[in-house]
Write a protein that binds this ligand. Structure first.
Ligand code: NAP
Length: 250
């Protein structure tokens, strides 16, 4: 019997998981993207794009599409869709798992300063620096919009929407990023502090290595908490979880 799976994506691991699961003829995978990026990198297989309309809209969609299991492989800071998926699957009794890449590990030579949210990082400036590489999500930029006392380097796939800080340079870029490139970027713009989120993932870690090499402080925002759900950290473990769901008596 074919098992129909919703794979909430928008991340590299979601695309890798879609490729891994595509080899199984008994699985019917629908990947879902929010539609934030104008020209997204698409996973293999069926893709739908756009919000569902909150937990109720998602529950309706899952029922209408006869989805048997949901895998949330969204970004660690995409907390709303994870909460919505938890609520919708709980309502319908559909098995649900979260695939989350591990967070970053601070090394002894890293000058990291942990904060609960990116907005909290704004309160730690300018004590730690005035030329800021704001390496966060577009939704986090507003907290810095009125900081005319600071200068910002922003990097985004598409131009970020306002409100934005006045003293800024925006560079366009999509990971993966490498250490030589990040070193050159930080040096060229004379950055003296980095603001980052504990996203984890090798493709965006180079900025932390570069900051360490240059002896720069990094303000690191902690991840939002996960709901009380099963969590796996690798694509293989997510595939194994799905195999377990398929072999459960219905
Ligand atoms: P969010 O705050 O958790 O979600 C906001 C709303 O966007 C959700 O309520 C939902 O709308 C819609 N949505 C989010 N992810 C969706 C998905 N995969 N499929 C369909 N609808 C989705 O999410 P976000 O932080 O804006 O991130 C949006 C997407 O970008 C996520 O899929 C995430 O994996 C990806 N992404 C985010 C970041 C980041 O920095 N946050 C970085 C890289 C990639 P409805 O309520 O209408 O269903």
């Amino acid at each position: 019997m074919t098992v129909r799976v919703l794979l909430l994506g928008g991340t590299a691991e979601a695309r890798r998981l879609a490729s891994l699961l595509a080899t199984d003829q008994d699985l019917d995978i629908v990947s879902s993207l929010a539609g934030r990026v104008r020209a997204p990198t698409l996973p293999v297989g069926e893709v739908r794009i756009g919000g569902f309309g909150g937990p109720a809209g998602l529950a309706d969609w899952l029922a209408a599409e006869r989805i048997d299991a949901v895998i949330d492989a969204t970004h660690p800071f995409a907390a709303t869709i994870t909460a919505n998926a938890n609520e919708a699957t709980g309502r319908l009794g559909v098995p649900f798992v979260v695939l989350r890449r591990p967070g970053w590990q601070q090394g002894p030579a890293d000058d990291w300063h942990w904060v609960d949210t990116v907005a909290d990082a704004a309160t730690r400036l300018p004590a730690l620096g005035r030329r800021v590489f704001l390496a966060t999500g577009r939704g986090d930029l507003a907290a810095f919009a009125d900081r005319d006392d600071l200068w910002f380097l922003l990097r985004a796939v598409d131009p970020p929407p306002p409100p934005l800080p006045a003293n800024r340079v925006i560079v366009r870029g999509r990971g993966p990023f490498d250490v030589p490139g990040e070193l050159a970027l930080l040096r060229h713009h004379r950055v003296d502090v980095v603001v980052a989120r504990d996203s984890g993932g090798d493709h965006v870690a180079a900025k932390l290595t570069a900051a360490n090499t240059l002896g720069l402080p990094v303000l690191v925002a902690r991840r939002p908490p996960l709901p009380d759900v099963p969590v796996v950290t690798t694509e293989r473990a997510a595939a194994d979880w799905l195999a377990g769901v398929r072999h459960q008596p219905s």
